[in-house]
Ligand binder design. Sequence first.
Ligand SMILES: [Zn+2]
Ligand SMILES: [Zn+2]
Length: 148
Amino acid sequence: MSDKTFEGTGTCMCGKVTYQATLKAGAGACHCGMCRQWSGGPFMAVHATGNVTFKGEQYISRYPSSQWAERAFCKNCGANLFYFLLPRPGLPDGEYMLSAGSVTEQKQLNFDNEVFIEQAPGWYQFADEASRTRLTEADIMAMYGEGN
Ligand SMILES: [Zn+2]
Ligand SMILES: [Zn+2]
């Protein structure tokens, strides 16, 4: 996976929520069941390095989707904003994975990885698989320990 980053901005559909963050250029797709239920298909995510500065915090609804993460959306327009891995040992500030569609600088992004590939339902595929890192749940658990 590429480590290239850029100073990025983003917004929900209605513009009530905006953010600034250092973002990784390599975007990923998560095929897990929860992401598909949330997004309608794989969740296309852009990782932030460090903190994210939000404006319109009062419009952000955070849903605790598991013991280790929250999923957030704009209360006004319903657009998905991010998946947030809660702080834990080894990850003291947590980690934001922003909805790739919310990122303003779309031309900075490249499709770098797919995760939970064994959970993809089989009725869609992305082309050019060999150009990306592709990880199963077992691969991810081996890298990060518990927690999606
Ligand atoms: Zn909105
Ligand atoms: Zn997922």
